[in-house]
Design a protein around this ligand. Structure first.
Ligand code: PCA
Length: 322
């Protein structure tokens, strides 16, 4: 009897999945110790557990499997099954991807969540057209300006070499008279050290990850927007999963979104304190710089609405009506 029972268990395990256990690669662009990556690792661990070991997600941090700029395409083509990407960096392909980087539209964690929900239907549709399924997204803390000198007036920004992480940040720089170059966070330290750039807009998180106080001196807490890292899966790979594993994945994605957002918010102030304790001058921008940035924000909001048309308008309308 005992033997028969264990044989039956063995047979059913074979059928129900252990024998067909899947391993997925999950490329991410940011370092292993960054909270986005730690959150993704917790997500992977939870998926392994709720799928009863049927799905193992292996995280490849710091652009080690695919560089930031390659992750989205790798998932689209099924070269990786799942990935995390700063989708706004693909705004050149479809400006909807920059919904989270419209200057001064959503500048707090709460507003950023609202905007995420307002954009979710359209973002899901755009990703679905590319054979990808949206799982979750987590914000970066509010974006501030970093410089290697005090910047008190709009003129102080002119000619400064600026590290951009997407087309939006490049446009901010351009409109401020700076000279943008798009550089992944993984390559930032070298670009700063070699003088390729000497300023950027980013969160305290990336400033701390890359110990930018070694090359820059001033952080201005502009709170321009909260860009997001988005996690998405190749739709064919997702649909090939047994239904219970699909549910496990989407349930854990929802939890990861909440957990990651809370982490970002809890860590935000501390990042800025770390910049200060490492010698950076931290504070608000001057009125003159703020005025310039607001002007730039207005121009860019107009440009974003123009390029996104009805979809962009629908997102803003849904956001404002919430
Ligand atoms: N850090 C990322 C994107 C936004 C942020 O805060 C970066 O600088 O690459």
């Amino acid at each position: 009897m005992k033997i028969t029972l264990s044989a039956a268990i063995a047979a059913s395990t074979l059928v129900s999945g252990v024998a067909v256990a899947e391993t997925w690669d999950m490329p991410v662009a940011y370092p292993a110790a960054n909270y986005h990556t730690e959150n993704a690792q917790e997500f992977a661990d939870a998926v392994k557990s709720c799928s009863g070991g049927e799905l193992e997600i292996v995280i490849h941090a710091g652009g080690s499997l695919f560089k930031g700029g390659e992750i989205k395409r790798a998932v689209q083509l099924g070269e990786a099954q799942i990935g995390e990407r700063l989708l706004s960096a693909h705004a050149n392909e479809n400006s909807i991807f920059a919904y989270d980087s419209v200057p001064f539209l959503a500048t707090s964690f709460e507003a950023s969540d609202k905007l995420r929900d307002a954009a979710a239907p359209i973002l899901s549709k755009v990703l679905a057209e590319q054979n990808m399924t949206l799982l979750y997204s987590v914000p970066w803390p509010p974006q501030g300006l970093y410089f290697a000198k005090p910047v008190d007036t709009a003129d102080d920004m002119k000619g400064v070499k600026f590290r951009a992480y997407n087309a939006i940040t490049a446009r901010v720089a351009e409109l401020a008279g700076m000279v943008p170059t798009q550089i992944e966070a993984a390559d930032l330290k070298q670009a700063l050290a070699t003088g390729v750039v000497s300023s950027m807009i980013s969160s305290g998180s990336t400033g701390v990850d890359e110990s930018v106080w070694e090359d820059m001196t001033n952080f201005y807490d502009v709170k321009a927007w909260l860009p997001r890292n988005t996690v998405f899966v190749n739709t064919d790979a997702f649909e090939a999963l047994p239904e219970n594993v699909q549910t496990c994945l989407t349930d854990e994605a929802e939890k990861a979104q909440i957990r990651g957002t809370k982490k970002a918010e809890a860590l935000a102030e501390g990042f800025i304190e770390t910049l200060a304790s490492n010698g950076m001058t931290v504070g608000d921008p001057t009125e003159a710089v703020t005025t310039k940035l607001m002007e730039i924000g207005d121009v860019m909001t107009g440009e974003w609405l123009e390029t996104t048309g009805d979809d962009g308008k629908a997102i803003i309308d849904a956001y404002k009506s919430e």
